[in-house]
Ligand binder design. Structure first.
Ligand code: 2P0
Length: 323
């Protein structure tokens, strides 16, 4: 079993309809559905094998994993050992091909690749749907990185029914994203903590499931009709509604900085005055991903660099599912 090839690659994804809040923290069951685009170019590759040591061995980017990463990964190994009635220790070798400069979370690609590799190691023969459930247990957004292109994570009501489904694995529309990184320092409030505080204390949280349901249905229509402007506008609206939950939490918090706002305002100006397709989406940090189209991205990149000479920008395209 040890000698079989367990190498698995999974790509990162960006949510266009955000996941923000869990109804079950242990199972990572979200309070709402969400929808994302899997990205090309940025991925995690993971291999695994059984070892006869007394401890699991976890390597990240060529070095022993730091303690936080080790514990979170080991918890996932324990889950897979339990599912397979196994006690043997495991060696994990994982490499993130996600430059810090791209400002992309690696937990989605990381747990998707880990789930895929352990599926091979334990010979679980899981379908992609079952793999999505398993990856979700490591990190919610990892459920979506099993598939390429447009992916819909259905919240479900149990461990077996909360899973992602592909909407369109090979989008034909000329969409691309420009990642704008102002700051690549680790965030002060993790996604897990931030979404829990918003869910439990924002007086507006009860509106969030309705907002997501409406935005999701409009987004699916916009994807089906390849309406890039609508896709961008709905994503920006949904992102700002998600962040409004944080601004209204008690105590309130914000991932935005002055630079985040300045760029969002500039995009609005460029849409109105220059007729550019350029909309913002922002995750649990100050950095912005600009949703745009292939024939405008270079112009937008030049404008962003002019306004923010210190920012690091990277162009991102749709990518494929787990391999
Ligand atoms: C998303 N984010 O839909 C949302 C939008 C960040 C902002 O999913 O606690 O690392 O591991 O399930 O998946 C990031 O949160 O959280 C995230 P856990 P995760 O992409």
């Amino acid at each position: 079993m040890e000698y079989q090839n367990t190498q698995t690659t999974a790509h990162t994804n960006i949510a266009f309809i955000k996941y923000w809040g869990k109804k079950d923290a242990q199972l990572n069951l979200p309070c709402t559905d969400s929808l994302s685009l899997t990205l090309d170019g940025y991925f995690t590759t993971t291999t695994s094998k059984f070892i006869s040591d007394n401890e699991d061995q976890i390597w990240l980017n060529g070095q022993r994993a730091p303690v936080g990463f080790f514990k979170r990964t080991q918890k996932f190994l324990d889950l897979c050992r339990q599912l397979n009635h196994c006690k043997q220790k495991i060696q994990i070798i994982t490499t993130n091909h996600v430059p810090t400069a791209a400002g992309l979370a690696s937990s989605a690609s990381g747990f998707a690749a880990l789930a895929g590799s352990l599926n091979k190691l334990f010979q679980m023969h899981l379908s992609r749907a079952q793999l999505s459930c398993l990856a979700r247990r490591g990190s919610g957004s990892a459920a979506r990185s099993i598939y390429g292109g447009w992916v819909w994570w259905q919240q479900g009501s149990s461990d077996q029914t909360s899973l992602a489904v592909p909407i369109d694995e090979h989008p034909q529309l000329p969409i691309c994203l420009l990642s704008v990184v102002f700051n690549d320092q680790p965030k002060k409030i993790s996604s897990t903590q931030g979404m829990e505080r918003a869910r439990t204390t924002s007086p507006f949280y009860s509106c969030w499931p309705h907002i997501v349901a409406n935005d999701l249905s409009a987004m699916k229509k916009a994807i089906a009709t390849a309406d890039l402007q609508q896709i961008g506008q709905i994503a920006e609206n949904n992102c700002l509604a998600m962040h409004a939950l944080n601004w209204s939490a008690r105590p309130a918090f914000s991932y935005f900085t002055d630079a985040t706002w300045k760029l969002i305002n500039l995009l609005q100006q460029w849409r109105q005055e220059l007729q550019l397709v350029a909309y913002a989406t922002v995750d649990a940090g100050p950095n912005v991903k600009i949703i745009t189209q292939k024939n405008q991205v270079q112009q937008i990149q030049a404008r962003v660099q002019h306004s923010f000479p210190e920012a690091q920008t990277t162009i991102l395209y749709p990518g494929s599912g787990i391999q």
